[in-house]
Design a binder for this molecule. Structure first.
Ligand code: PLP
Length: 407
């Protein structure tokens, strides 16, 4: 079924990757079994040697997790071709986005290698580079990758760079990097490329289209879409690498997903297009409303023509997405008061769920970070981070309108 050419993304999101259940269950069940049995010893032999396909042990995979993987591959490669044939890829489901990032780095890098990356990255990834890779003598070179000349200079001068690691759009100011240009540069210098596609989802942006080698997601966010499970996925188009080194890393790292979370993810992904259409439609209206509000100094949204990366984002994304941030004129106090005044929208970190989520990094996620350091990343005192939900726009705007009258 996953091989069938669908005319539209939702048909693919609903049906793609489905494996017919031997018991005729409509939905792939939650396979709550740690291990899988053999009819005879020889079958065990064949499975372990790879001569026969089949499940062995759930840390390595199970039917529910496999269906989630196939659906993600179908979406990330939808409509893409390579050498006149449908582009092939393999996904490996993980316990979290961070576990997928771990598999990516551990399977591709060794001591002495360097990663070239952009300064605007998910905070966990940034911390990973510093706290886990640096002690293993894998260094991160962090620059502004929107400067392509600088990117090329780095590649030219430092042969130890093995990979360009990208995230676009990225927290908190929705900076975007040019996937096509950076992928071309990487190929020219023989480097790998990886892209965290969490904010965009495969519906809005397909990094493989631009020749990126690896895509990863925190499935916790828009792919699951309902905030019911933590998860992550690593997808690659080098099938040999994915089946050998990446698979081995995933199995030995122990960052496997589980059947229940995979089941929730599958069902979330079936509605990806319809959710994203509404998320995006609402986001456009929210951005326009915030831009015109007298209490707001600045709106960071890659869908606004004055955003520095508007052009790149228009080129590589179907729509700029549903993430944005804005700065309250009143600074830290205003941030706290505005958050407290919200009546419908949800005060929390994370993103990509049906409800509109807001956080005030200066008093929450970044409260322990020294002010000077957070300012470097654009996290100002009055910055509010926003994931626009799928509620009715009238209710979202009404809540903002009244909360912006905070005292
Ligand atoms: C949440 C997030 C991650 C980490 O994913 P977890 O599922 O929390 O481990 C990585 N990248 C981005 C962009 C994220 O938003």
């Amino acid at each position: 079924m996953s091989q069938k050419k669908f005319k539209g993304f939702s048909s693919l999101a609903v049906h793609g990757g489905h494996i017919k259940d031997p018991m005729y269950a409509h939905l792939t069940p939650i396979y709550a079994s740690s291990t899988y049995v053999y009819d005879e010893a020889e079958q065990g032999m064949r499975r372990f040697s790879g001569k026969e396909e089949g499940y062995i042990y759930a840390r390595w995979g199970n039917p529910t997790m496999n269906e989630a993987e196939l659906k993600i591959v179908a979406m990330e490669t939808y409509g893409l071709e390579k050498d006149g044939k449908a582009l092939e890829a393999k996904a490996i489901l993980h316990a979290s986005g961070m576990a997928a990032i771990s598999s990516l780095f551990i399977s591709t890098l060794k001591r002495g290698d360097k990663v070239l990356t952009h300064f605007s990255l998910y905070s966990g990834t940034q911390d990973y580079l510093k706290s886990l890779l640096e002690p293993l003598e894998v260094e991160a070179i962090i620059v502004d990758l929107r400067n392509l000349n600088l990117a090329e200079k780095c590649l030219k001068e430092d042969p130890a760079i093995k990979m360009i690691y990208l995230e676009t759009p990225a927290n908190p100011t929705l900076q975007c990097v040019d996937l096509e240009a950076l992928s071309k540069l990487a190929k020219q210098y023989g480097k790998l490329t990886a892209c965290d596609n969490t904010f965009a989802t495969p519906y809005l942006q397909q990094p493989f289209k631009f020749g990126i080698d690896f895509v990863m997601h925190s499935t916790t966010k828009f792919l699951n879409g309902h905030g019911t499970a933590i998860g992550g996925v690593l997808i690659g188009t080098d099938l040999e690498f994915m089946k050998t080194r990446a698979t081995k890393t995933h199995r030995l790292l122990g960052g496997n997903s589980n059947a229940f979370d995979a089941f929730l993810l599958i069902n979330g992904m079936r509605t990806l297009e319809v959710r994203m259409l509404r998320h995006c439609e609402n986001a456009t209206k929210v951005a326009a409303f915030l831009s015109n509000h007298p209490s707001i100094a600045k709106v960071n949204y890659n869908g606004l023509a004055d955003h520095p990366d508007y052009a790149v984002s228009q080129r590589q994304m179907k729509h700029p997405g549903a993430m944005m941030s804005f700065e309250l004129k009143g600074g830290f106090d205003a941030g706290v008061k505005f958050m407290n005044a919200l009546q419908m929208c949800t005060r929390t970190v994370s993103l990509g769920t049906c409800d509109t989520l807001l956080s005030h990094p200066a008093s929450m996620s970044h409260s322990s970070v020294p002010r000077e350091s957070r300012l470097e990343y654009g996290i100002t005192d009055g910055l509010i981070r926003l994931s626009v939900g799928i509620e009715n726009i009238e209710d979202i705007l009404e809540d903002f309108e009244q909360a912006l009258k905070y005292k």
